[in-house]
Design a binder for this molecule. Sequence first.
Ligand code: ADP
Ligand code: MG
Length: 475
Amino acid sequence: MSVTAQSVWDNCLEFIKDNIQPQAYKTWFEPIIAVKLTDNALSVQVPSKFFYEWLEEHYVKILKVSLTKELGETAKLVYIIKMENTYGNKQPFTEKIPSSNRSSVKSQDVDIPLNNKSPELRNPFVIPGIRNVKIESQLNPNYSFENFLEGDSNRLARSAGLAVSAKPGGTSFNPLLIFGGVGLGKTHLAHAIGVDIKDKYPEKTVLYISAEKFTQQYIDAVKKNNRNDFIHFYQIIDVLIIDDVQFFSGKTGTQDVFFHIFNHLHQNGKQVILTSDKAPVDMQDIEQRLLSRFKWGLSAELQTPDFETRVSILKNKLYRDGVEMPEDIVEYVAKNIKTNVRELEGAIISLIAQSSFNKKEITIDLARVIVEKFVKNTKREVSIDYIQKIVSDYFQMDIDTLQSKTRKRHIVQARQLAMFFAKKFTKASLASIGSQIGKRDHATVLHACKTVDNLSSTDKQFRKYVEDITKKLSV
Ligand code: ADP
Ligand code: MG
């Protein structure tokens, strides 16, 4: 029997299959195609450079062992990547060349077995029964890059977004995960990327969807026995944008289906863009394998914009709405609303509305009243319960211990800190604080506040406690 690329590779696979987890084998080895064998070098095609990097990082040893078994000590592995790029070699054992002729090697369908060649597509965005081949992007054209003002707080995310829209699926930012707090522009930026791609590549299928809607569609699909249609639909998207993926927390079925869709898209060089209100490390109840996928590409944070950026966002908004407003008022609003661009815009809009409804001039006084309303409404009340939780978590004890009668020093200190913060962050009376934190009287609370004050000016370690907990309570 003659030795061919296929036969060599088949033997390697047999060996590898016996030595790694079935799921890993399926994900990482089934999609590989043996292309060519010259002397001692086997060329294999992999779906993307991520794939290649992943193999290099995790499986280079087993690849080496298996190939050496087949071809001897001088064996070499050459990667051909379906998407061209230029990356340096990581291991001397392997070599990677960009494929010169992409179409000469046909890609294989990988991933889940649901993938037949011409699936009857059922588009969950249209009423069943009506065949609609064109997929509406669900993008909002107003959320453009042009309208997304640049500042230090968003520069990385914004330029990663631009890189992605210039070459969807062709950068290492895949997936691109945009994360950050509420109202900082995640949805806007995600749309902007989609809008720009649609503009540059009209033939590409772009789809924006919230994680919540995706979940709902999936649940519906399962109910109607259309799970496969659902998956097929998502597998033909070129650029998939899923907003607020933290919504997948705890929803294992949806996570599972998304995992498969993600793998399929990724392996086929399709772009995935995700947003989340948390960094991957802080996401809870999301399966590890999904989290690890999120980390493949780039996680870019949107931070709270600085004063200059806030001013330019406001000015841009006013300009687009054709409204003029005195400089000092714009600055007043920008100065006082700091943590949320949506609120910033909200304040300016109600300012405009107030003045036009009541035919009042826009004055600093009016601005003050409105800003105050915004700031007050949105300031989260910190409760005494919450403070006790944060403090006891910080010292790794439970709340019962914190409230107990014990005189152990570290517990007493934790309790005193809880009282101190309750006094500082709530409007509760000393008596009420005392009764909620272990049924103490108001004198005990007063004493606790004084003790904390004293200790934090004399004891460095203690001051650190106060600072740490303050930080935790103010986010
Ligand atoms: P998130 O999805 O992070 O909660 P959004 O994308 O909905 O936030 O943004 C809230 C509002 O703030 C939107 O109206 C958006 O247009 C605006 N916005 C946020 N960041 C910027 C920015 N850098 N430039 C202009 N507008 C912004
Ligand atoms: Mg959003």
